[in-house]
Write a protein that binds this ligand. Structure first.
Ligand SMILES: Nc1ncnc2c1ncn2[C@@H]1O[C@H](COP(=O)(O)OP(=O)(O)OP(=O)(O)O)[C@@H](O)[C@H]1O
Length: 227
């Protein structure tokens, strides 16, 4: 069997609430291959965003091992933290596209220039950038700045950025959460089409049960063992 693109095991994460440790992830394991998709579900506060943050290196687990492509991050073998951060940053630039609840756009750049910058940083062509904005229904807003568009339009621009970088792995946190039903359906279609066409892996955190059924795998964080 081909090696999975992403593999994680023994992931643990606690936060503190006052003096009390609160376990969010407990001995969690997952793996995902090219062309596969995983729906992350669970009640609010069950750890979906925390897990996505850990899987792209924006947050550190207390323990555990993660492999993304050829990069291995093992809490049992600590490297210098700046070296670890640099490896994660390189992955996020070229191989791991993230679409989080707060769209991460550069405020001083137009939507189109945000998408172009993302493509350039990933070493991809800038030619299809305008087309991605068109396909996500915000082509006429290409010259606007992020503070001149709505939250849902910023979220679509963030998706265009991920599509333009053509990553091996996409991590999306409620990517259609702030969109109306019609737009959400169009954006979801694009997301799954892109994933199928480029055979990338997709992890989607969602409260939408119908959306979760479209993924090839399902992990309900609400069913993790209690600490
Ligand atoms: N930096 C932090 N410090 C303390 N607690 C935190 C921190 N980040 C998250 N938490 C807590 O960890 C738990 C998991 O949060 P997380 O955002 O991962 O949940 P979620 O499943 O994504 O929720 P939602 O569906 O509401 O987005 C919550 O109880 C949250 O309050």
């Amino acid at each position: 069997m081909a090696e999975p693109l992403l593999a994680a095991r023994g992931l643990n994460k606690q936060f503190r609430s006052g003096n009390q440790p609160v376990s969010v992830l407990s001995d969690l394991a997952l793996q995902l291959g090219r062309g596969e998709s995983l729906a992350l579900t669970g009640r609010s506060g069950s750890g979906k965003s925390t897990l996505l943050n850990i899987l792209c290196g924006l947050e550190q687990p207390d323990s555990g091992r993660i492999r993304v492509l050829d990069e291995i991050f093992d809490s049992g073998k600590p490297a210098g933290s700046s070296q670890v951060e640099a490896r994660w940053a390189q992955l996020r630039r070229q191989q791991v596209g993230v679409v989080f609840q707060e769209a991460n756009l550069m405020p001083a750049l137009s939507l189109l220039d945000n998408v172009r910058l993302r493509a350039r940083l990933a070493g991809r062509s800038e030619d299809p950038c305008r087309d991605w904005l068109e396909r996500l229904g915000i082509g006429e807003l290409a010259g606007r700045y992020p503070d001149q568009v709505s939250g849902g339009q910023r979220q679509r621009a963030a998706l265009a950025m991920v599509f333009a970088m053509n990553p091996a792995l996409i991590l999306a946190d409620e990517p259609t959460g702030s969109l109306d039903r019609h737009t959400a359906e169009a954006v979801t279609r694009q997301l799954f089409e892109l994933q199928a066409r480029h055979c990338c892996a997709l992890i989607l955190a969602t409260h939408d049960a119908e959306l979760a059924t479209r993924c090839t795998h399902h992990l309900d964080l609400g069913h993790q063992p209690e600490a």
